[in-house]
Write a protein of this length. Structure first.
Length: 276
């Protein structure tokens, strides 16, 4: 083999190595979804880099008023007659202004099946459990098991006022009334730690948001929880729960029949109290 051929082979080999390195580099540089769909500076989506948590507790009957059959049966049309009141929507890492989303982590944001099943009593939707970790949990710096263990602990640390435990009738109140009820039941809460959101026809109660430190203590909310933006109405209405679940204690209640549950009648939509 001539020297010219040897040099040609060496040059070709070096070219392949350069091409392989460039290809590997390009794969590493492929942006994550958070970098494509959340157009913010990259430092705003760093796992574990945030100021506080907002725990969002959704009022399930508001969601179920407009739920679609087959999509939300797990939450809104259970066979055992259970209907939910407040459920955990999510635990959101927040900045004082703004928030991170879908942070890039060193592992695929996969939520194990046992973790999902362990949350369904307070987050009655498999899709919601998966979605919340991908969008918010990845920014906590915690793996799915620890993120949802913390979420459960914080959710259980809040006492639900009696008026929101299985009400059978629509209630009308102001955002301030909802806030006051939670403040009475949770003495550690202050007005600057809680916000109420409403929306839709009749300004239905959507959720209650409580701001907490990383270790679960109450703290003042940031600009994200501006009450004037979350619920501008002075009056909202709270759709009823109407759970008929038989738990062996309420002897006047009977189990739901075994056939498919089409759900209890939808709460009647009342836009405002009837005027005398």
């Amino acid at each position: 083999m001539s020297a010219r051929n040897v040099w040609a082979i060496i040059i070709a080999g070096l070219a392949c190595l350069v091409a392989a390195h460039a290809c590997a580099q390009s794969l590493r540089d492929v942006p994550w979804p958070s970098e494509v769909f959340n157009q913010k500076p990259s430092q705003n989506n760093v796992a574990g880099n945030f100021d506080y948590y907002t725990m969002v507790m959704s009022w399930s009957p508001t969601h179920c008023v407009t739920a679609e059959e087959g999509r939300d049966d797990e939450q809104c049309a259970r066979l055992d007659g259970l209907r939910y009141g407040f459920v955990l929507h999510g635990l959101w890492p927040q900045y004082q202004k703004g928030y991170p989303e879908a942070c890039r982590t060193g592992r695929k944001p996969f939520v194990p099946n046992d973790v999902i099943n362990g949350m369904l009593d307070i987050m009655p939707s498999r899709g919601l459990v998966i979605h919340e970790y991908k969008l918010h949990g990845t920014c906590s710096g915690l793996d799915p098991a620890n993120y949802y263990s913390l979420s459960r602990r914080l959710f259980r640390s809040v006492r639900i006022p009696e008026k929101f435990k299985n009400p059978y009738e629509t209630q009308f109140m102001s955002p301030g009334d909802v806030e006051a009820a939670f403040l009475r039941e949770n003495r550690w809460l202050r007005p600057d730690m809680i916000a109420i959101t409403c929306g839709g026809a009749g300004n239905r109660l959507r959720d209650v948001r409580i701001c907490m430190t990383r270790d679960g203590k109450g703290r003042a909310c940031g600009e994200n929880e501006d009450q004037r933006k979350l619920c501008r109405s002075n009056q909202l209405h709270v759709p009823p729960v109407r759970s008929t679940r038989y738990d062996g204690i309420m002897s006047d209640k009977k189990p739901m029949p075994p056939q498919r549950d089409r759900g209890l009648p939808r709460p009647q939509v009342i836009e405002s109290p009837m005027r005398q």
